[in-house]
Design a binder for this molecule. Structure first.
Ligand code: KE4
Length: 426
């Protein structure tokens, strides 16, 4: 029995499924999850000391590679001054000001402790601001595990094919309307059928929880116009895309402004951080200014703030990071494309910026139904072949790959070469 198998057996005695987040359990791809010991740059090292090229990067935060020195040092220096006060600090002001300097249409921003909290709070705020109850989300999009979002959700919910999550009351379901991603007509119909009742449309501006699915031309623009016309709050869930697709996230990259935007992942540099922000006219309804209550003991705590501030400052001061991410992902794309084309099997590679995914599909993958109907059993085989050969891909076809600047050209060549080698085995 390997160390990983021993650890997994032991973990399952005390932790549900042996993991603290379901997507880590390898349930859809099968096999034993890998227990990681440490990581540096582009590489993970498991409990047996085996090295992996990392294409998960903690599901996004490690955009500059693991153990990024300035973040490590910032945390080490700060931790000696206590890990939390539960009182306001100057550091939180600096973090909010830095975010506002990178995302111009955010007038006010509130720190929270996860992407789920950010999205959950944004929805409550939209409901409190509009006095309406219904929300629209898209099939295959994942906004965290708050009740309102666990309707046709992506990521682990799709991976485990959980159609209706037990414990979510029907009253919640009834207020969460869904439409296929990239289907503007379906959203228009929901707006017509629920006139004056929809508080918000929440979307991943580039979907990353059903693999990577970019917005079709005109789709987001159409939603923006619909929200303006119907008085609906337009929420960009940028937990994944924020500070990844550009310094200003998807809003900058795609040239569209939402009314509220949520963040997570990169914003904390690996520490538990989320945030939501947007127009002052809306954000002023949040307590203590308004009565939309939202709170958190550890929100804005100094260790999370110094990690996040150091990370965001590095991204703001090194714009070349985004060109590097783009170039490395494009190189990976070209290599994978060549290997897959040479094999002659059906496949689609979706990419926008440094978000990329492979779908073994004979048709375009523009929504969840298409992602779900791909040959995901083949993806599972591909996943394990790459894992056995030291490349750690997301353990599900319903996830995007995350690229870090620490990835070397040799790592990319190795990933492409191993993909070609895998294709020889099928
Ligand atoms: P967290 O609560 O996990 O910090 O964020 C939830 C969330 C919200 N919005 C988007 C677009 C997200 O991608 C996420 C979380 N993403 C998943 C991976 N696809 C997190 C991994 C996990 O669940 O362990």
């Amino acid at each position: 029995m390997t160390k990983n198998e021993q650890l997994f057996q032991r973990a399952q005695q005390s932790i549900p499924g042996g993991v603290n987040s379901p997507v880590r359990a390898f349930k859809s791809v099968g096999g034993t999850p890998i227990f990681m010991q440490r990581a540096k740059g582009a590489y993970l090292y498991d409990a047996d000391g085996k090295q992996y090229i990392d294409y998960i990067n903690s599901w996004g935060p490690m955009i500059l590679g693991h153990a990024y020195e300035p973040v490590v040092q910032a945390i080490q220096q700060r931790v000696a001054d206590s890990t939390s006060f539960g009182a306001p600090t100057e550091l939180e002001i600096e973090m909010a000001e830095l975010i506002r300097s990178m995302v111009p249409n955010v007038d006010l921003v509130r720190m929270v402790n996860s992407g789920t909290e950010a999205c959950m709070s944004a929805i409550r705020l939209a409901r409190g601001y509009t006095g309406r109850n219904k929300i629209v989300k898209f099939e295959g999009c994942y906004h965290g595990h708050a009740d309102a979002f666990l309707v046709k959700a992506g990521s682990g919910v799709a991976t485990f094919n959980i159609q209706t999550v037990p414990g979510v009351p029907s009253g919640i379901y009834n207020d969460t309307l869904t439409a296929p991603y990239n289907d503007l007509a379906a959203v228009q119909k929901l707006a017509d059928d629920n006139k004056g009742e929809i508080a918000a449309i929440i979307i991943e501006p580039v979907a990353g929880n059903m693999g990577c699915i970019p917005p079709a031309p005109g789709f987001l623009e159409g939603l923006r116009a619909l929200c303006d016309k119907e008085g609906i709050v337009f929420i960009f869930d940028e937990v994944m895309t924020g500070f990844r697709l550009a310094a200003g996230g998807a809003q900058e990259r795609l040239g569209i402004n939402a009314d509220l935007v949520t963040y997570g992942k990169v914003i904390g540099g690996g520490m538990p951080v989320g945030a939501f922000g947007g127009k002052r006219a809306i954000m002023e309804h949040i307590a203590p200014l308004g009565n939309v209550y939202q709170a958190g003991t550890l929100s804005g705590n100094p260790i999370a703030m110094i990690a996040g501030h150091t990370m965001l400052k590095a991204l703001k001061e090194q714009p070349a990071v985004y060109t590097q991410l783009e170039d490395k992902t494009a190189l990976l794309h070209i290599g994978l494309d060549a290997a897959l084309a040479a094999k002659g099997i059906p496949y689609v590679i979706n990419r926008l910026g440094s978000m990329i995914s492979i779908h073994f599909s004979d048709k375009p993958v523009n929504d969840f139904a298409a992602a779900a109907s791909a040959n995901n059993a083949l993806f599972n085989k591909y996943f394990h072949f790459m894992l056995d050969n030291g490349v750690y891909l997301p353990p599900s076809a319903f996830e995007t790959w995350f690229i870090s600047t620490a990835l070397s050209y040799a790592d990319i060549e190795q990933t492409v070469a191993l993909t070609a080698k895998f294709l020889e085995t099928i």
